[in-house]
Design a protein around this ligand. Structure first.
Ligand SMILES: [Zn+2]
Length: 250
């Protein structure tokens, strides 16, 4: 009986604090988009923290830092959709500024450590991008670091205070991932592109076959809206279904 009395007050306090919402609330209230030369950097804002999706081109971090400072909350995670220099270029200065943990899929983690952008197979405009890559890397000097958190297919990030599911969607790179927020918004990275309109990646691939199979895989998950890694254009689920199921005439 005495033991029950000793435990009664702490247990009641925990229940009150829990229901008053004083613990980290995982619901994202606002999604902020910072554009960095056509690359989307998303800042997901919950009641108590911020989470970044991608870090943009190297050397242009001031705009991102200014936005994070204006929100005045702790940046907990920097999630990278894949290891390409226009998405990881500022990861080190952003980590140093905020102390946030950097997360990337296991299959892209070595490329991130090495600052390596793999443009194995290209089509169309992709030839231009691959041609200027060595010069761009020399001038812009990506600032990278080893990841703190290695992601795997179907991981969830609840323990970091946010309801995100990691879906491994390789094809653009070996470790490309889609991050699905609260079963409603899919951040697809470069699995889809927005040039000229929202469509499946057709410029750069580690494996074109995997671009197709990852697009099909994505439809196994619940979401209503998709954001690609470039430009502020969104696609609803119906459009993604149409794009995934489209077969060009032979
Ligand atoms: Zn890319």
């Amino acid at each position: 009986m005495r033991m029950f009395k000793n435990l009664f007050i702490p247990v009641v306090l925990v229940i009150i604090v829990w229901f008053s919402g004083s613990f980290a609330d995982p619901a994202v209230e606002t999604i902020h988009r910072v554009e960095n030369f056509g690359v989307n950097i998303f800042i997901l804002e919950t009641k108590s923290a911020l989470y970044l999706i991608d870090a943009g081109y190297p050397q242009f971090q001031e705009k991102i830092i200014k936005k994070i400072k204006s929100l005045n909350k702790l940046l907990r995670l920097i999630l990278l959709t894949h290891a390409h220099y226009d998405h990881f270029g500022n990861v080190l200065p952003l980590k140093n500024f905020s102390g946030a943990k950097v997360a990337i899929h296991q299959a892209d983690s070595q490329a991130l450590c090495d600052g390596f952008t793999d443009l194995t197979n290209v089509r169309g405009f992709g030839h231009v991008g691959r041609g200027i890559l060595p010069l761009a890397e020399k001038v812009l000097k990506p600032q990278v670091c080893a990841p703190d958190l290695i992601l795997h297919d179907n991981d969830t990030l609840d323990e970091y205070g946010i309801r995100i599911r990691v879906v491994h969607t390789p094809g653009h790179t070996r470790g490309s991932c889609t991050f699905i927020l609260q079963d409603s918004i899919a951040f697809v990275g470069d699995l889809f592109v927005t040039y000229p309109d929202f469509c499946k990646q057709h410029f750069y691939a580690n494996s074109w076959e995997q671009i197709d199979s990852s697009s099909v895989k994505l439809l196994r998950y619940s979401f209503v809206l998709a954001y690609a890694g470039h430009r502020g254009i969104t696609a609803d689920r119906q459009l993604i279904e149409k794009l995934v199921n489209f077969r060009p005439p032979h």
